[in-house]
Design a binder for this molecule. Sequence first.
Ligand code: UD1
Length: 335
Amino acid sequence: MKNILVTGGLGFIGSHTVVELQNEGFEVLIIDNLSNSTIDVLDKITSITTKKPTYFNIDLKDKVAVQQFFKENEIDGVIHFAASKAVGESVEKPLEYYENNIGSLVYLLQEMRANNVNNFIFSSSCTVYGQADELPITENASVKPAESPYGNTKKIGEEIIKDTTKISIINAIALRYFNPIGAHKSSKIGELPIGIPQNLIPFVTQTAAGIRKELSVFGSNYPTSDGTAVRDYIHVVDLAKAHIVALTRLLNNKNKASFEVFNIGTGNGNSVLEVIQSFEKVTGKKLNYKLVDRREGDITAAYADTTIANNELGWKAELTLDEALLSAWKWQQTL
Ligand code: UD1
C-alpha cells in the first residue's frame, strides 16, 4: 500500500484525484487549508469511496508545520494541487500569489528531499504556452512569458522543480492541464467557485440555473470558425486519472527523465458557441447569452497534441464534451 500526499485534495481537481487514487488502492493523506474549499468535501469523498482519507488542516506556507508533517508521516509520493488560481486576483495581489504558490512549493520540495520522498506530480497549466505559434500544441512548443502572476507561478514552479530534480533524487512530472470541466458522476463533488465565476462552465451552469442573468461571450471576432475563442475542455475525471498513471510511472521507475512534462487535454478544440450549443443540447435548457468584447489577456485558441501523453503514459481522455457538460449541470443542480 503506497501512501500518497495530495495537497489541495479538497479542491476541484484534487478531490476527483483523491477518489481515483482510493479506487486504485492508494492510501491518501490530504493537506488542505480550506482557502478555496470546504471541509464537507471530505465527507463527500468518503461517501463515494467508502473510505475516509486522512486529513490535515495545514497551510503549506507554514514551514514548521510542513516539516512536522513529513517527520510524522511515511510518504511515497506527492501530488501537489494546492495553489491560488484566479488570474485577475493574481494581477491585484502578485506577492500573495508568489508567496502562496512558490513559497509552499519550495517548502514541500525541501521536506521531500530531507525525508527521501522522491516522486512528485505538479499541477501545471497550458497557460505556460501563451498563444502558441502552432496548433495543436505539443510539449515542445516554446514556453512564453506569462500573462499574469498566476501564470508565472506555473512557469516558475516548473523551473524550480526541474532545477531540484537535477541535484536530488526527486523525480517529477508536470501535467499541463488544458481546461478542466465537469464533475464526478455521483454529483457529490464538483467545482465550487467563490463569488462570480471567472471560468466559462460555472458561469454557464449558473446562468442556466437562474443565478446569473446572462452569459457574456467574450469576443466574437477571433480568427476561428465562428469568431469565438477555442479551448480544449477536458473532463475532470479523465484529468484525475492522468495523475494516477503519471504517479504510477514514477513509482515504477518508468520515467525517461528526472523531469517530464505532459499535455493533459482531449486534443479537440471547441469554440465558446460550440460549448453553448452542446450545453443546450444535452440539458434541454436555453441559455441566455450575448456577444461582448474580448476579455483582456485571452488567447484565440489552445488545444493539445496529446500524442506524447497517449504514447508515454498510455492515457487518453475518454469522456466527451457532452458528458462533461451534463455532469457539470447535474452538479450545479445539487448546489
Ligand atoms: C483561464 C485562465 C488560465 C487558467 C485557466 C484555469 C484567463 C485569461 N486564463 O483560462 O490562465 O489556467 O482559466 O482554468 O483567465 N468565456 C466567456 N465568458 C465567460 C467566461 C469565459 O466567453 O463568462 C470564454 C473565455 O473568453 C475563453 C473561454 O470562455 O475563451 C474559456 O474561459 P475560461 O474558462 O476562463 O478559461 P481560460 O480563459 O482558457
